[in-house]
Design a protein. Structure first.
Length: 192
């Protein structure tokens, strides 16, 4: 799939047709618009822009669902306002330590957009043992957060299970992405 910002409508159609052919499918179940922060919003969402092309492909039965993945919360909210999306994968925290995604969840639910929680562990801060990390790509791992997670670890054993259940039991969350860079790092999920 080509990057939304750099693709013409014809380029998007060719990319979708190529994906369908390579996969041997008549319909792509879900096409995700990834990293919306890397494209210019107004041209991409214009009446004849790339997003309109994707919506047209969905309307013509080549795509079943259209989703957005990642991006800062303000941009995700702006994308939801287009009413073009069926799903939202968010890495804005929604977990035991941080509820930053709350406005995003509420907005998605009000628009009947499936919210997928991609941050149930605040990076790896809420994991136990070797997987636990104070290093993170997107969110601060300051002393206050470390202290809160350490206190939680004393009462929630295993803390990773509590963190996962927090997301799974929220009826507004359609699904939760556990995330692991290798299959061996994902083994902890089967133990929860």
């Amino acid at each position: 799939m080509c990057a939304l910002a750099s693709c013409s409508g014809d380029g998007i159609v060719r990319a979708v047709e190529g994906s369908l052919q390579r996969l041997g499918l008549d319909l792509l179940p879900l096409v995700l618009l990834r990293k919306p922060e890397e494209f210019s919003f107004e041209p991409a969402t214009a009446h004849s822009g790339p997003l309109a092309t994707l919506v047209g492909l969905r309307d013509h039965g080549m795509i079943n669902h259209l989703g957005i993945a990642s991006g800062p919360i303000d941009l995700q909210l702006k994308c939801l306002q287009t009413d073009a999306f069926d799903a939202l994968i968010s890495h804005v925290p929604s977990n035991l330590l941080d509820r930053a995604a709350e406005p995003l969840i509420e907005n998605a639910v009000s628009r009947e957009v499936a919210f997928v929680n991609g941050a149930p562990f605040t990076g790896r801060l809420l994991l136990d043992g070797e997987g636990r990390s104070t290093q993170g790509m997107n969110w601060e791992r300051g002393p206050a957060r470390l202290e809160r997670s350490d206190k939680m670890r004393l009462i929630c054993v295993p803390l990773a299970a509590a963190a996962l259940q927090f997301s799974k039991l929220d009826p507004r969350v359609a699904s939760t992405i556990v995330g692991a860079s290798t299959s061996s790092k994902a083994d902890f999920v089967t133990d929860l």
